[in-house]
Design a protein around this ligand. Structure first.
Ligand SMILES: [Zn+2]
Ligand SMILES: [Zn+2]
Length: 246
């Protein structure tokens, strides 16, 4: 009997993702949930097939089901054929999806209408990072935020993106992997990028968070940056007070 869920490398280019509607390329890691395909019209017997989606598009609910059925993500059928590294990466992504707080418009202030984000490799070495003020070298991963009154794009090194920006991006695009630019990366790179930015989104280490925020505030920001980053200065002050306690 075929398992209810499978996580595996796509054997062909032919399957389609039922979440993003994109095609799943051969070797991309996909998640399948079994469905019964009725054959009443042709007179044959019902048989089972799989509905596919990119593995990083698994829902929180499916994560819970996987854990219920197989006890751990690593034990999901099909995973045994993947490398240890791939298994670890997938388990991490699923763990993050499982623990991620859904962001709804109810707990999110609206962003300026023209807000847009992009993740890409720098096309030139001309832009400076809004965070560390260094030039962003050509080919380096960068995060662009467009919007506000000037409607210009502010860049920063991807590794310096704040939790707040990731929350905004998730809110804007629904899922982190839908951030523009990501679809141009090869599957492996995209998976590890999504895993990295998911980590930023879920980061809770007060030290790291506080450092990021203090750095961001010590730098001088114009109005546009304020809108896009939506810093809460009172919160930072409160956190710094807490920090002096240890
Ligand atoms: Zn997809
Ligand atoms: Zn930087």
């Amino acid at each position: 009997m075929k398992p209810k869920f499978t996580i595996e490398k796509a054997k062909t280019d032919r399957s389609k993702c039922k979440v993003c509607n994109g095609s799943i390329k051969k070797e991309d890691i996909r998640f399948g949930s079994q469905v019964v395909v009725a054959k009443s019209k042709s007179g044959g017997e019902d048989h089972t097939g799989y509905l596919w989606k990119h593995v990083y598009e698994i829902s929180k609910r499916e994560c819970a089901k996987i854990l219920y059925l197989y006890n751990s993500f690593q034990l999901n059928p099909g995973m045994e054929k993947l490398s240890v590294k791939e298994k670890d990466e997938i388990a991490e992504i699923l763990g993050n999806i499982r623990s991620g707080e859904p962001l709804t418009s109810a707990n999110h202030k609206p962003l300026p209408e023209n807000t847009a984000y992009i993740i890409e490799k720098a096309k030139s070495g001309r832009a400076s990072c809004g965070e560390c003020k260094q030039k962003i070298e050509k080919g380096t991963l960068r995060f662009g935020a467009t919007g506000g009154k000037l409607n210009s794009t502010l860049w920063r090194h991807l590794k310096e993106v704040t939790k707040k920006q990731m929350q905004n991006a998730k809110w804007l695009y629904g899922e982190l992997h839908h951030i523009p630019g990501l679809s141009t990366f090869p599957e492996k790179e995209r998976m590890s990028l999504v895993s990295d930015i998911t980590e930023i989104l879920l980061s809770e280490s007060p030290k790291k968070k506080s450092k990021l925020k203090v750095d961001a505030i010590s730098a001088k920001h114009d109005d546009d940056t304020e809108i896009l980053e939506d810093m809460d200065e009172n919160q930072v002050v409160a956190e710094n007070k807490l920090q002096t306690g240890d």
